[in-house]
Design a protein around this ligand. Structure first.
Ligand SMILES: Nc1ncnc2c1ncn2[C@@H]1O[C@H](COP(=O)(O)OP(=O)(O)OP(=O)(O)O)[C@@H](O)[C@H]1O
Length: 241
């Protein structure tokens, strides 16, 4: 396992009067894809939002590339190298794919070479370049959201449940795109509920329950241990989600 690009130590976070995270310890190795799994309401989205400074950190440390970023404003965290694709994706449905991408390239014109790379990873974006984003399929919208996040170079990509609501064939296309990102050694932290998708892509895995991490290890180990899957995720023994 390589050095962590991101590490959380004893992270606590509140939403209003509710204590949501209770001492999260998490490492994201550089150049790998790490999956954060857990049941509904475990605190996965809140963990991503806390990393981005969108939910207030009340205690603990968030270190990114060796720097403490806890308490830093969200735009500075983004400029510092972390891209975030929230569950609602944040794309503009009435604008074309191209316009969505232009808006995402905040520091100027889009880099042509990088755009060619994005078209390689997400071929539908090239095909539907001048189509309104609102008319894309769910999977294509997810691709656009991720492409917007990486149109400018970022060192770490956080993605919240990209497979939510997608049909199996589309999930497969999305997995292919993530495989390509992995081949480029992009560091990724992926929040997921879909275990098969996670198993295909993940190198490291962390499992959350009730606001903290209850298991950390390799995906290979968790994928090979049905009892552990059952215990941690409530997956049926022998079942394929
Ligand atoms: N705005 C809010 N106000 C109060 N409680 C909230 C708010 N947002 C989230 N929570 C609570 O925080 C807990 C963690 O939510 P979070 O969305 O981080 O979980 P999750 O693991 O991502 O699950 P899901 O997949 O359902 O989004 C849940 O109990 C949820 O009800």
């Amino acid at each position: 396992m390589s050095e962590p690009i991101l590490s959380l130590r004893d992270v606590y976070a509140d939403i209003d009067q509710y204590h949501i995270l209770h001492g999260v310890d998490l490492d994201v190795p550089a150049g790998e894809l790490t999956v954060l799994l857990g049941r509904n309401g475990a605190g996965k989205s809140t963990t991503l939002r806390t990393i981005m400074g969108l939910t207030t950190l009340t205690k603990g440390q968030v270190r990114f590339q060796g720097r403490d970023i806890g308490g830093t404003a969200t735009p500075a965290i983004a400029r510092g190298g972390i891209a975030f694709v929230p569950e609602n994706m944040g794309i503009f449905g009435q604008l074309t794919v191209r316009e969505n991408m232009v808006l995402a390239a905040v520091s100027g014109a889009m880099d042509e070479q990088r755009l060619d790379w994005i078209f390689e990873v997400f071929p539908p974006l090239k095909k539907f370049w001048n189509r309104a984003a609102g008319n894309l399929s769910g999977g294509q919208k997810q691709m656009l959201a991720i492409a917007r996040a990486v149109i400018e170079p970022r060192d770490l990509l956080l993605v919240d449940e990209p497979t939510k609501g997608l049909a199996p064939a589309i999930i497969n296309d999305l997995a292919d795109a993530f495989e390509q990102l992995k081949q480029q050694q992009v560091s990724i932290l992926l929040v997921e509920q879909n275990f098969n998708f996670s198993r295909r892509l993940g190198q490291s895995v962390a499992v959350m329950s009730d606001g903290h991490i209850v298991h950390r290890g390799t995906m290979a180990e968790l994928a090979g241990d049905e009892d552990l899957q059952h215990e941690l995720l409530g997956l049926g023994l022998g079942a394929h989600q």
